[in-house]
Design a protein around this ligand. Sequence first.
Ligand SMILES: *Cc1c(COP(=O)(O)O)cnc(C)c1O
Length: 483
Amino acid sequence: MIKSKNYGDMPAEEFKKYGYELIDWVTNYLENVASFPVLPNVKPGDVKNKLPNHAPQSGESINKIIEDLNKIILPATTHWQHPNFMAYFNSTASGPGIFGELISAALNVNSMLWKSAPASTELEETVLNWFREIINLPKEFWGIIYDTASVSSMHAIAAARENAGFDIRKKGMSGVPKLRLYSSEQAHNSIDKGALTLGIGLDGIRKIPVDSEFRMIPSELEKVIKEDRANGIVPFCVVATIGTTSTTSVDPVEEIAKICTREKIWLHIDAAHAGVTAMLPEMKKHFKGVEHADSFVVNPHKWLFVPIDLSILYTRKPEVLKRAFSLTAEYLKTAEDSAVNNHMDYGIQLGRRFRSLKFWFVLRYFGVEGLQSRLREHIRLGQLFAKWIEEHPQFERVAPTPFSTVCFRAKPTGRNDEAKINALNEKLLNDVNATGKVFITHTKLNGIFTIRLVISGLRTEEKHVILAWNVIQDTFQKILNEG
Ligand SMILES: *Cc1c(COP(=O)(O)O)cnc(C)c1O
């Protein structure tokens, strides 16, 4: 071990030695990630019990830390980078993305102001303009990076609230008429959380019913807006989703946008997962009408191989977003303020990481064509899996598959008791996950226990989808044989 001094940073030669070692560690991990069980075999408390109760008084060697990383941390890790991680909305980190994170940590700039981080501020704006063009949003859209879609959407709802008037910025919510936000029954609960945070309240949200394909019904939206106005309630925001979390259903944005334009209501689009597919000409059909939105959220950390976290909020009204949040303390005023964007003005956080760097690495390394071909392959594999489900006499699809998320269940021939079928599918899911070979998750659709299989991992190939299907069929057969 190289002895550390009691002041200053780790010596350069030590950094270099372990730096190379850790890059080897990462390379080995990514090369062999498929050999781990996707889900670790741990119980709550297992990790804590292996860790000391107190921090060390004197410094420890990096060797020792790496030893514990291997002994304690790795065995208790759910492997999101695993090719058979097909749960939630899978997100994987690519090599170039990992490099971007490394350099961002090394530079450690705080991107609150242009002056505090000119490169970060301007790279963020440039890369987000590139990406706006890639996903075919109109020029008027201006983008900003937040950590997650939940936070992006909260800021969008704050801008919508500011846009409604009432001087809420100054006076707060008391004395303001009741405000209403609309989203479909299938919208992500981050929308509800944003509304909660902003004092809209759960009662301030109306969930619009969906059709048989889990898409918001525009005529229902129109009806409740009218009803609310008649009761003195002020409609201020509609959230439409392109790629809902349960089924990746797509709300009819074009029709919803017409209603919003006519009613002068802020339209926010949640495309956290599926928004990246707007770069594929054949997926354009799902994005009709997005040009009329006031704001749009998409997460490159979900399905674009950028390490978590990086979410983008695009808005055509950045001045409204800024009005909702900007307050400038004397010590943060700079000579360039009129010529630049200080990103602290567009949200609740002051300090910001240099997140655009990893996105820049990813966009440049893969190029638009490289990203397109990877997304296309995932969609092909998703459609292939959906076809296998359709063709199997004892399985059925529970929702359409517009992208690469397949919602399905087992339905043994001759069985009609829905409660029993639900229980069987729940067991199927748990037994499949217990094999450690695949990780999938579920949702409930109209009371139906629905298994979801998502293909969006950078390391997932056709052989992994075949493996998943074989594990699912074998496990199903075992359950049938057990009676
Ligand atoms: C995943 C997801 C979210 C939440 O994303 P975070 O970045 O984890 O906050 C919101 N909306 C949709 C449609 C999603 O798929």
